[in-house]
Design a protein. Structure first.
Length: 334
């Protein structure tokens, strides 16, 4: 093969078959034209969407592309890391630092930072010890002030996954997460309210610092956010009989037309109905960390379903009938 990088299809074949030539081929890819680098990374991402195992041992060879001169290559690399981390988070552990460096770089393209955060979030679900350093958590939290809603969404998702992996990691961040519960983006509010519920499952007294903000979310326009707010207040009320839990408004929410919200309101209402001794997880797992984790995938799937034909389900951009399979604004699949 000489000193030249093999064609993209050949590199993917080497990776897929587990060939010893795959790593050197990926290393030589750095000298290929940008179009070939992009094509190879996109094809590898498609492979990773099916199964991450062929790439698991090769991610360190791909990591240098996170600092490629071409912004499109860096973004394609970050998306590849998301695909691998979602399927095999353990495989992405060695790349936590390069991803964290992209997140922390103020000059980096914001979509690259967002995708890096998303990959780190998937790792945090299974290996929070590898991700949840004080500096990285600070970068995620500060990033919630980004102007771009889809970027805030990815950072909030990463914080949620940190909390689901180890709620103790965010127990000191409750006030800072709560102050972002009024974000205009439904997914940001959902991810942050879910993170607070996760913290509350382990340390419900911490939710006292978010009681007012959670109270305001009981009227949220999104039923999943309403439900999480009720669930968090239920956990707080179970831990502290004197906590400012709005029992009247929670009682009204038990008749919510959305089952997700109504079920969690009934859980919260049971706390005061039992004289402050209730709040144990119910049969559906409401009020437990396992229950939160199990319900999250379904909730996100419904939250990201298209609201209208021809709109991006992630950022709402009106999409043409034909064109790229990716949204031109946020890069999400159509």
């Amino acid at each position: 093969m000489g000193d030249h990088s093999p064609a993209p299809d050949r590199i993917v074949e080497l990776v897929e078959t587990g060939s010893d030539e795959a790593r050197p081929a990926l290393e030589r890819l750095a000298d290929a034209p940008a179009a070939e680098r992009n094509e190879t990374l996109r094809t590898l991402r498609a492979l990773a969407d099916e199964r991450a195992s062929p790439l698991s041992e090769l991610l360190p060879a791909v990591a240098p592309f996170l600092t490629d001169d071409e912004r499109s290559v860096r973004l394609a690399t970050a998306k590849l890391f998301v695909a691998v981390a979602e399927t095999d988070p353990e495989a992405a552990v060695p790349t936590v630092q390069p991803l964290a460096d992209r997140l922390a770089d103020d000059d980096e393209f914001y979509y690259v930072r967002a995708r890096s955060a998303e990959a780190l979030g998937y790792v945090a679900l299974e290996r929070p010890d590898a991700v949840a350093s004080p500096d990285l958590l600070a970068d995620l939290r500060v990033g919630l002030a980004f102007d771009e809603p889809e970027v805030r969404e990815k950072l909030a998702k990463a914080l949620e996954f940190v909390a689901l992996g180890d709620p103790e990691r965010l127990r000191h961040q409750v006030p800072r997460l709560a102050e972002r519960l009024d974000d205009e983006n439904d997914l940001v509010r959902y991810h942050l309210s879910t993170a607070l519920v996760a913290v509350g499952c382990a340390d419900p007294d911490r939710l006292a610092d978010a009681a007012a903000e959670l109270d305001s979310r009981l009227d949220d326009s999104n039923s999943f956010v309403r439900g999480r707010a009720a669930e968090a207040l239920g956990l707080l009320g179970a831990a502290d009989a004197d906590a400012p839990v709005p029992t009247g408004r929670i009682a009204e929410l038990t008749d919510d037309e959305a089952a997700f919200a109504a079920d969690r309101a009934r859980f919260a209402a049971s706390v005061r109905d039992d004289g402050g001794t209730g709040g144990d997880p119910d049969e559906a797992g409401i009020g437990s960390l396992d229950g939160v984790r199990e319900a999250t995938a379904t909730a996100i799937e419904e939250l990201t379903a298209p609201d209208a034909e021809g709109e991006c389900p992630h950022c709402g951009l009106e999409l043409p009938e034909s064109g790229s399979p990716m949204c031109p604004r946020c890069g999400a699949p159509r």
